[in-house]
Design a protein around this ligand. Structure first.
Ligand code: NAD
Length: 352
């Protein structure tokens, strides 16, 4: 066994159907007294419900989170937190909402209570991202790590299959890349393999029976595992490409993950044999790249960049951006291979 470092940050996790009832108790436990509740415009009702549960602890509701945290949105939300003298952010929503809470925490140091309603995993990581002038800048800072995460599967029932499928593929991608991360370790491998198994089993059921809370709970458990391994390892080519495509071409985050994952896995197939065997076994298939592609098809999730708004003439620029700078990856990163990966992903080819 090779030497390793295991560095797990402390996050309090409350998991179960109905645990949203404990929101006020968890905020008081921090302790906090003036909460800014954040969400996206589409989830305003959920945020209002959270504000109602918090009662006198609510300082305000800010329902203006958008994907990839544009810098203007981050600045406006920071101003609002300052104006309201908020001492805590409750982020009720997906990665965009949690990302906005992180942008506030980065500057103002407010603790975050995250209530995830998608499978993005952002709630478990110290990773933040802000988009400025078409470039998404990401970084790590322990200040943005949520203090408490409330996972209530009941809140994910409203996530429609067309969003649940890609969001689940996003979680799957965290697990797969954790398996071949340069800083992987035996605990991460256990969690990532369990995450893949649970997601591969539950997601088709979620899409088939969206109102089934048991399937939703299983998928959310898989998403928690995925977020946990994302938070403790450095990701590789897949995540680099998804951030480039999302930030520069404003493509929808989860859908990009769904399209790219099979091709990123195929790209690394030879260089990360052990990880691929574990991933394939957890998926219950012979080949991890084809298994990821077939799962996306089963979920009705996108498989082609051409279907999610990627301009064909942007592929060269995307390959250039994704091959600039250095980051860990099992297979050396070079332009021609990455450009071919993007070409295959653009057309939605099943990996051979
Ligand atoms: P999202 O938060 O943008 O949500 C997508 C849409 O789904 C939104 O319109 C939202 O209102 C809606 N929605 C969310 N939950 C719902 C529910 N339960 N029912 C009905 N509608 C619901 O999408 P996302 O994929 O969760 O997050 C994407 C963002 O998160 C990206 O900006 C990405 O970069 C970031 N992210 C960050 C990390 C990290 O560690 N920092 C990890 C993963 C994703």
């Amino acid at each position: 066994m090779r030497p390793f470092v295991y560095d797990q940050s402390a996050i309090r996790v409350i998991f179960g159907v109905g645990v949203i009832d404990r929101l006020a108790e968890e905020v008081q436990r921090l302790p906090a007294k003036r909460v800014l509740v954040l969400t996206t415009p589409g989830q305003n009702r959920l945020a209002t419900d959270a504000a109602g549960r918090l009662g006198a602890l609510t300082a305000g509701v800010y329902a203006k989170a958008v994907m990839h945290v544009p810098i203007e949105v981050a600045r406006a939300a920071r101003d609002e937190a300052k104006r309201l003298e908020a001492d805590c952010c409750v982020a009720v929503g997906g990665g965009s909402t949690i990302g906005l809470a992180k942008a506030i925490a980065l500057e103002r140091g407010l603790p975050i209570v995250a209530v995830p309603t998608t499978y993005s995993g952002s709630e478990m990581t110290p990773i933040y991202g802000v988009t400025e002038k078409g470039l998404k800048r990401t970084g790590r800072d322990s200040k943005v790590l949520p203090r408490t995460v409330i996972y209530d599967p009941g809140l994910t029932v409203s996530l429609p299959p067309r969003m649940a499928g890609p969001s689940g593929m996003n979680a799957l991608a965290h697990c797969v890349e954790a398996l071949y991360a340069e800083d992987a370790n035996p605990i991460v491998t256990l969690m990532a393999a369990e995450g893949i198994r649970v997601l591969a089993r539950s997601l088709p059921a979620v899409v088939r029976e969206p109102a089934n809370v048991d399937c939703r709970a299983e998928a959310l458990y898989g998403a928690w595992l995925a977020g946990a391994v994302l938070g403790t390892t450095r990701m590789s080519i897949h995540h680099k490409l998804c951030h480039t495509l999302g930030g520069t071409f404003n493509l929808p985050h989860a859908q990009v993950h769904s399209v790219i994952l099979p091709h990123a896995v195929a790209f690394n197939r030879e260089a990360a044999g052990d990880a691929m065997r574990i991933a394939a076994q957890a998926l219950g298939v012979g080949d991890a790249a084809q298994g990821a592609y077939d799962l996306a098809v089963r979920l009705g999730a996108p498989t082609a960049l051409s279907d999610i708004g990627m301009p064909r003439d942007g592929l060269d620029r995307a390959a250039k951006l994704a091959t600039e700078g250095s980051y860990p990856n099992p297979r050396p990163i070079e332009y021609a291979g990455v450009r071919q990966l993007l070409e295959n992903a653009y057309h939605g080819m099943r990996p051979v």
